[in-house]
Structure formats: structure tokens, C-alpha cells
Design a protein around this ligand. Structure first.
Ligand code: SDX
Length: 435
């Protein structure tokens, strides 16, 4: 990357400091403040990292103004329309699309790691039946750190790659078993004759009492969901995985931290929150404008879930893909009438928000979570499993970023500083001299 400099002038002292300007292959340039504190004694302040690049990365590129998303340079629209999730996993991990032989070998490697250690089953029975499946997933994925020690040389690229294969392979089984445990049906083992998406639906919905075959349209819809959710540069959960992983912790524990971060309604938990909001709107009998005004009233602490994004100040390209997918599969759902009603509310809510100055001026567009929940409902996935689906898809992104970070010999433990606003120095008073 080419370099030039910026000059920082401290008007309080008149001191001047030259700082390098860094140029990535595409996207905004950056002021390199790595040595700012060491050379000037001055910290940079950026809570929420609104203007901070935390790393160099080759994996995913977003252009928030253009509404553009590329995995290793390939547009998300083309990958979603023409590709498969296994192909996307290979691309994110290796940097190039696989040829037929590479895809077969990669898929075969994943397929032969889909089972869980039989003792893992006991972790599920430790949870209350009504435990949120995300709580189960955080716990079970974290527990994998107790099972895989042979891959713990995280400085060996092949060990890291094998760890990535394990995580990608086992997440559908962990996710499906979270659902099965919650509804009291027996665990269904993976079937290696099925593709990745079909295998997940099989483990979710097959019953020992009858034959089960997935609807091919639902299988394809799940592939598109998995591809569009696979990675998204330095979002909160990926940054969590990078920060946790920077201490050189067991990777399964780092991924478990990412799952926890994704669960929040401000992040991946929004897909569940969107459908709950649409159902509330439906059941309230109130006009959409009531909810729009409520979202604009800061005193109400209410937001239109599925709207807004830290990076996209244009339509999230994934939301466009998923909105079309809603229309493609909603009629396949046994509850099509109810789901059509929710989709109708969502489309009307989008239309009125897109004409409202509050949303236009703040560039609040529908994001990936706005339509995904309606697709999950059409697939028969229950509300509390929506973020589990997101976590299953995003695992490849998390582990690809972890693999990239651990392969960078300049990476170091992430340790931000703070601006202290507490009490200044004072002497310790004996207890009988205190107020
Ligand atoms: C994901 O980072 C990623 O890449 C995430 C993700 C991924 O793939 O990993 O894309 C997935 O997490 C998508 C986002 C899902 N979350 C939601 O849909 C929850 C609702 N949206 C927001 O809470 C919010 O928009 C965020 C969290 C997504 C972004 O928050 P920011 O960038 O910190 O923006 P902000 O909270 O500072 O909002 C800016 C303004 C504020 O108003 P003012 O103070 O300027 O008056 O916009 C308002 C906010 O009040 N605002 C909203 C709003 N989102 C922002 N007002 C009403 N409804 C909303 N949804």
C-alpha cells in the first residue's frame, strides 16, 4: 500500500507531528496512529470505533455509500445467485474460488466432521428445556474447547485450517440439536449423503417415525441465506472474535465469544426482533405511522428493528436479495397466509420509512435482518432459532478472520486505552473517619 503523511498540530503546545496516511487496495485511506501515543503522549479517542480501522484484511470489502459487498472481490449478488455455501466457505478461507476437484475435496473434508463427540450431548441436558438456543450454542461451542486439544498449535496454519473445517462442519449439528433439545424431539445425526443445507434441514425436521425429504426450494433458500450471512468485515461479533483470539486463546472459545456478541438485538439478534416487531404491529391494530413516530421519539427507546447500519448508508445489498427470496418461497410455507401478512407489513413499513425525512436524513435503510426472519418462518424455523441460523452462517467469516489474524506475524494482543473520568488521587481514610 502506498504512503504519504498528515500533520497533527497540537494548538495547545504548538507541537507538530507527522503521521503516515495508509492506502488500502480500495476503500477509505487511514491515518496511522499506531505510534501516536508512544511518540506524542496523546491518545486517539473513538468509542464504538466509528472512524477506526482495526486491521488490514483481504477477506471482505464493503462500500457503505454504494451498498456494495464483495467476498474476496466477488459481488455478493453473483455468489448468492450462482454459488453454493461450501464454495463460499472455500473462497473466504482460501482467497480464491475452488475448481471442481478442490470443491469436492473441501466438501468431503467438511462432511466427515459433522458429528459431535457423544459426550457433547450431555451439555444439552444441563440446560433448561426453555433455554434460548443461542444460550445453548454459546455454551456448547465454548465446550468444544475442552474436546479439541490436538489442534491447539494455533501458530500452525494447517492446525488453524483444520479447526476452521471442524467449526464449519459442526455448527449445523450443534444448531439443529439446540432446536431438537428445546422441543423435546430426539437428536438426528448428520447424513453424509446430503449437502450442507439439506443436512441441516434434515437434522432439524426429520423424525424417526417417518421418512423426511427437504423441499429443494427451501434447501436453495437456505443456501442463499448462508451465503449472504457468511461474512461482513469487522462487525461487532467478528471484532469480538479477533479481540478474544488476539490473546491466543483456544479458537473454539473465541468463536463462542463471537456467538455471544452476535446474539444482541443491535446485531444478529435483530432478525428475531424484526419479526416480533412485525407481529406486535399486526396485533396492535394501530397504523404504521404510530410505530414510525415511536421510533423517532428518543424518549421511547424504540427503534425500527432491521433498519439502519453502521456502514451501509444505502440499501444493504443483502436485504435486496432476501426481499426477493421472500417472494420466491413464502407460498411454499404451510402458514403462507400469516407470513404474507407479515411480509405485507414489512414492505409497507419500508415504503413509509423510505419517504420519511427522519429515516432519509439519517440514511436508515433496511438491513440484512429486515427480511431474513420472514424467510426463516417460511422454512418452519421458529423465532428463537433465527440468530442461531445467523451464527451458523457467520462461523466461516469468524474463523476466516481469526485464521488471517493468527497468520499475521505483526498481530498482537488487542488492548485499548481509556479516558479516565473518575476520582483523582486521594489518601485512604480509616473507617471511623468516613462519612
Ligand atoms: C447487523 O456491522 C455489521 O456489519 C452488522 C451486520 C453483519 O452482517 O454483521 O450487518 C448485521 O447487525 C445489522 C444491524 C441489525 N440491527 C438492527 O437492525 C437494530 C436496529 N438498528 C440500530 O440499532 C442501528 O441502526 C445500528 C445498531 C444497526 C447502527 O447503529 P449506529 O451506527 O451506532 O447508529 P446510531 O445508533 O448512532 O444511529 C444514528 C441515528 C440516531 O439518531 P440521532 O441520535 O442521530 O437522532 O439514527 C437513529 C439513532 O437514534 N437510528 C434509528 C435506528 N437506527 C439508528 N432510529 C430508529 N430506528 C432505527 N432502527
Amino acid at each position: 500500500m502506498s504512503k504519504h503523511t498528515a500533520t497533527l498540530i497540537d494548538n495547545e503546545t504548538g507541537e507538530q507531528f507527522e503521521l503516515d496516511i495508509l492506502h488500502p487496495s480500495q476503500g477509505p485511506k487511514a491515518i496511522d496512529v499506531t505510534s501516536l501515543y508512544r511518540e506524542t503522549g496523546i491518545l486517539a479517542y473513538d468509542p464504538g470505533f466509528m472512524s477506526t480501522a482495526s486491521c488490514w484484511s483481504d477477506i471482505t470489502y464493503l462500500d457503505g455509500n454504494k451498498g456494495l459487498l464483495e467476498y474476496r472481490g466477488y459481488p455478493i449478488q453473483e455468489l448468492a445467485e450462482q454459488g453454493s455455501y461450501m464454495e463460499t466457505c472455500y473462497l473466504l478461507l482460501n482467497g480464491e474460488l475452488p475448481n471442481a476437484e478442490q470443491l469436492h475435496e473441501f466438501t468431503d473434508r467438511v462432511v466427515h466432521h459433522t458429528m459431535l463427540h457423544e459426550q457433547i450431548k450431555r451439555f444439552y441436558s444441563g440446560f433448561r428445556r426453555d433455554a434460548h438456543p443461542m444460550a445453548t450454542m454459546v455454551g456448547v461451542v465454548g465446550a468444544l474447547s475442552a474436546f479439541y486439544h490436538e489442534y491447539m498449535d494455533i501458530h500452525d496454519p494447517e492446525n488453524r485450517y483444520e479447526t476452521a473445517i471442524l467449526l464449519i462442519a459442526k455448527m449445523p449439528t450443534i444448531a439443529a440439536w439446540s432446536y431438537r433439545y428445546a422441543n423435546g424431539t430426539p437428536f438426528v445425526y448428520p447424513d453424509n449423503a446430503l449437502g450442507y443445507a439439506e443436512n441441516f434441514l434434515h437434522m432439524m425436521f426429520a423424525l424417526p417415525t417417518e421418512d423426511y425429504t427437504s423441499d429443494p426450494r427451501m434447501v436453495r433458500a437456505l443456501e442463499v441465506i448462508l451465503i449472504t450471512h457468511a461474512d461482513h468485515e469487522q462487525n461487532a461479533s467478528t471484532s469480538t472474535v479477533r479481540l478474544a483470539g488476539s490473546s491466543e486463546v483456544n479458537p473454539f472459545a473465541a468463536i463462542s465469544a463471537g456467538i455471544a456478541s452476535l446474539w444482541g438485538p443491535a446485531h444478529g439478534g435483530a432478525n428475531e426482533a424484526v419479526v416480533r416487531m412485525l407481529m406486535d404491529i399486526r396485533d396492535s391494530g394501530k397504523p404504521l405511522i404510530h410505530f414510525l413516530e415511536k421510533a423517532k421519539d428518543k424518549a421511547q427507546k424504540f427503534r425500527l428493528m432491521g433498519f439502519g447500519h453502521r456502514v451501509y448508508k444505502n440499501y444493504d445489498p443483502r436485504a435486496k436479495i432476501l426481499r426477493e427470496l421472500c417472494h420466491d418461497i413464502i407460498d411454499k410455507s404451510p402458514l403462507a397466509e400469516e407470513h404474507h401478512e407479515l411480509l405485507d407489513i414489512a414492505m409497507k413499513l419500508e415504503a413509509v420509512a423510505m419517504e420519511d425525512d427522519y429515516f432519509i436524513s439519517r440514511k436508515l435503510y433496511p438491513n440484512v435482518d429486515f427480511y431474513s426472519g420472514i424467510i426463516f418462518l417460511s422454512m418452519g424455523i421458529p423465532l428463537n432459532m433465527f440468530t442461531v441460523m445467523f451464527a451458523m452462517a457467520r462461523t466461516v467469516g469468524w474463523v476466516a478472520h481469526w485464521h488471517e489474524m493468527m497468520g499475521d506475524d505483526k498481530s498482537r494482543i488487542a488492548r485499548p486505552r481509556q479516558l479516565y473520568t473518575g476520582k483523582t488521587h486521594r489518601e485512604y481514610p480509616p473507617i471511623d473517619e468516613r462519612d
